[in-house]
Write a protein that binds this ligand. Structure first.
Ligand SMILES: C[S@@+](CC[C@H](N)C(=O)[O-])C[C@H]1O[C@@H](n2cnc3c(N)ncnc32)[C@H](O)[C@@H]1O
Length: 261
């Protein structure tokens, strides 16, 4: 595979990950993430790296549709189809759930400052990638920058809740915990095909993470990046069969800022 290839842009990869919701550990991860997000009526949310829209759905269902809006963003254009279907399935009015095509490696251009009450991101922020233009080596510039960007688009008092894989995640453990017992399989052949595609991608992700292209960091290193992005206290816990952290941080409200000054 050429160095600049990125599986996340492929339809086949994106569609395989729509089936992640069938995995038991993913169910644990999604409920931990939505539980910490605790969305409220009239709030606006941004779902970065939305995939098939599981977390967007969680935000909408958690408020019985009373959020003002959810914007679901992803680099894979085919995810627009999933978001459209989700909107129909939930019977949402126009504009309540919309799709935005975008690559988080380039930040959040076009999103105005202080515009969202919450940002949610499920296993996606690790994939912010950048290279040193001189050496051609991978850097953490884009990864650091996405936290500053999220801080920028959050309203004062707004919260970021995201999950991110631990270093050297054991994706086989997720598979093992997902396929057993087989009585839970909806469409076994489809699930098997998608599992094989997901495992191919997961192998690639680990190889690229070791090169520094993607970012699976220990919690202390993650905290440093998040705090450098502008956030203050970091709450975290393990989830996803201990293969991911769920992290919650807040942008200080105007009052907190002036008290600290
Ligand atoms: C493991 S999947 C998780 C999907 C979804 N958040 C969920 O919880 O089901 C990672 C998602 O991040 C998206 N992604 C990866 N790199 C991205 C990038 N550079 N910009 C935007 N989205 C990206 C992928 O397309 C994919 O949908």
């Amino acid at each position: 595979m050429a160095d600049n290839d990125n599986h996340w842009h492929d339809d086949k990869c994106a569609m395989a990950f729509w089936d992640q919701k069938q995995a038991k550990p993913y169910f644990e991860l999604a409920s931990d993430t939505i539980g910490w997000a605790a969305p409220k009526a009239n709030e606006s949310w941004l779902d970065i790296g939305c995939g098939g829209g599981q977390l967007s759905a969680g935000i909408l269902q958690g408020t019985k549709g009373a959020v003002e809006k959810v914007v679901a963003m992803d680099c894979a254009r085919v995810n627009e189809v999933a978001i459209g279907k989700l909107s129909q399935k939930l019977g949402l009015p126009d504009g309540k759930l919309s799709f935005a095509h975008g690559d988080l490696s380039f930040g959040l251009p076009g999103i105005v400052d202080n515009s969202f009450d919450g940002v949610i991101a499920g296993l996606s922020l690790s994939y912010a990638e950048s290279k040193d233009p001189v050496t051609g080596k991978y850097t953490d510039t884009a990864f650091r920058s996405i936290f500053r960007e999220i801080y920028r688009v959050l309203k004062p008092g707004g919260r970021l809740v995201f999950s991110i894989n631990v270093p050297e995640p054991n994706f086989w453990l997720i598979v093992a915990k997902s396929v057993w017992p087989p009585t839970r399989w909806g469409k076994p052949w489809r699930l098997l095909t998608h599992l094989m595609e997901m495992m191919k991608v997961c192998r690639w992700l680990k190889i690229e993470a070791r090169k520094g292209r993607f970012h699976y960091l220990p919690i202390e290193d993650l905290k440093e990046v998040i705090i450098a992005g502008g956030f203050s206290s970091v709450e975290w816990k393990e989830s996803y069969a201990r293969q991911a952290f769920v992290i919650r941080v807040e942008k200080p409200s105007a009052n907190q800022k002036s008290a600290a000054a």
